[in-house]
Design a protein around this ligand. Structure first.
Ligand SMILES: [Zn+2]
Length: 260
C-alpha cells in the first residue's frame, strides 16, 4: 500500500469500516510512514475538536436569508460573466441555482476533494468525485454487485422497477469484457445504474443514467487517485466509466459501449 491508497482508506479505517485484511494493510503502512501517521493524528484531533459542545451555534433568523442573498447574487454574477457549461445543467429552473451554488461553495471550502482540472465544469467534477467515491465504496464494502450475472438477459430486467429508465446492458464478451453484474448507486442526487465488467481481475464500473442535456460523445478522460475516469454524453444515456485498468483499454471499452 502506498501513501495515496492509505489516504483513501484512512477515514474508513478510523471508522472501523474496513475488513480485517484491509485494516492490517493500513496499519502496516501507518507504522512505517510518518506522513500518513501525521495525517491520522490530524483526523483524530479534528474529530475530537468537533465534539466540543461549545461549537454548537444557532444561526439567527436573518442569517440564512443573508446567505441565500449572497449565493443568489454570486450565481447571477457567475452566469453573467462566463456562462460555464454546468450552468446548462441547472435548467430548468432558477430554484436549483441556490442549492447548487451552495454545494459548490461547500466543495470549494472543503478543498480536499479531487482536483480534476481537465474535466470541463465544476458540475462534472462533482459527478466525477461521486462516481469515483461510488467505485471505491463498491470495492471497499464488498458491494460491487446487487445482481451477479454474466447474462445480460438477467441483469437488464433486474433494473426494472428499481429505476425509472432501462439501462442498455450490452454483451461485450467477444471483445474481452466479462459482464459480472449490475447494481444501483446514487450519483448527482439521483439513483443510477451501474453495470460491472471485468478484464484480467480489474473491475470496471459503468455508471449510466438518462442524458437530458445535449449529446456530446467525445470521450473525456481523467486520472484521479490512481483511477481512470471516462465520460461522455450519448444520445440517450450519460456514461461514466471508472476503473484502475489502463487508459488505452478503457478507451476501447468506452468506444464499444458508445456503439450500443
Ligand atoms: Zn504514507
Amino acid at each position: 500500500m502506498n501513501c495515496d491508497d492509505s489516504r483513501i482508506y484512512l477515514l474508513a479505517y478510523l471508522d472501523d469500516e474496513l475488513d480485517v485484511a484491509e485494516s492490517l494493510r493500513v496499519q502496516k503502512h501507518l507504522s512505517g510512514c510518518g506522513d500518513c501517521r501525521q495525517a491520522q493524528g490530524e483526523h483524530l484531533a479534528l474529530r475530537s475538536a468537533l465534539r466540543d459542545p461549545a461549537l454548537y451555534a444557532r444561526p439567527s433568523a436573518d442569517f440564512s436569508k443573508r446567505i441565500e442573498a449572497v449565493v443568489r447574487r454570486a450565481a447571477k454574477d457567475e452566469a453573467r460573466s462566463k456562462r460555464p457549461s454546468w450552468f446548462e445543467w441547472l435548467r430548468p429552473g432558477p430554484f436549483l441555482w441556490a442549492p447548487a451554488a451552495a454545494a459548490l461553495v461547500v466543495v470549494a471550502t472543503l478543498g480536499a476533494l479531487l482536483v480534476m482540472n481537465r474535466l470541463r465544469s465544476s458540475h462534472q467534477q462533482l459527478i466525477a468525485s461521486d462516481v469515483l467515491a461510488g467505485h471505491i465504496r463498491s470495492l471497499q464494502a464488498n458491494h460491487l454487485i446487487d445482481v451477479p450475472s454474466s447474462d445480460r438477459h438477467t441483469v437488464k430486467p433486474w433494473f426494472q422497477g428499481r429505476l425509472d429508465f432501462s439501462p442498455p446492458v450490452p454483451d461485450l464478451s467477444e471483445l474481452g469484457w466479462t459482464l459480472v453484474g449490475g447494481r444501483l448507486d446514487y450519483v448527482d442526487g439521483r439513483p443510477v445504474a451501474v453495470i460491472v465488467y471485468q478484464r484480467r481481475m480489474h473491475n470496471i464500473n459503468v455508471f449510466l443514467w438518462p442524458n437530458h442535456g445535449s449529446t456530446d460523445d467525445a470521450i473525456r478522460q481523467e486520472e484521479a487517485q490512481g483511477y481512470q475516469i471516462l465520460h461522455w454524453n450519448g444520445a440517450e444515456m450519460t456514461y461514466w466509466v471508472v476503473s484502475d485498468l489502463n487508459n488505452a483499454e478503457l478507451l476501447e471499452l468506452a468506444r464499444a459501449l458508445r456503439g450500443h
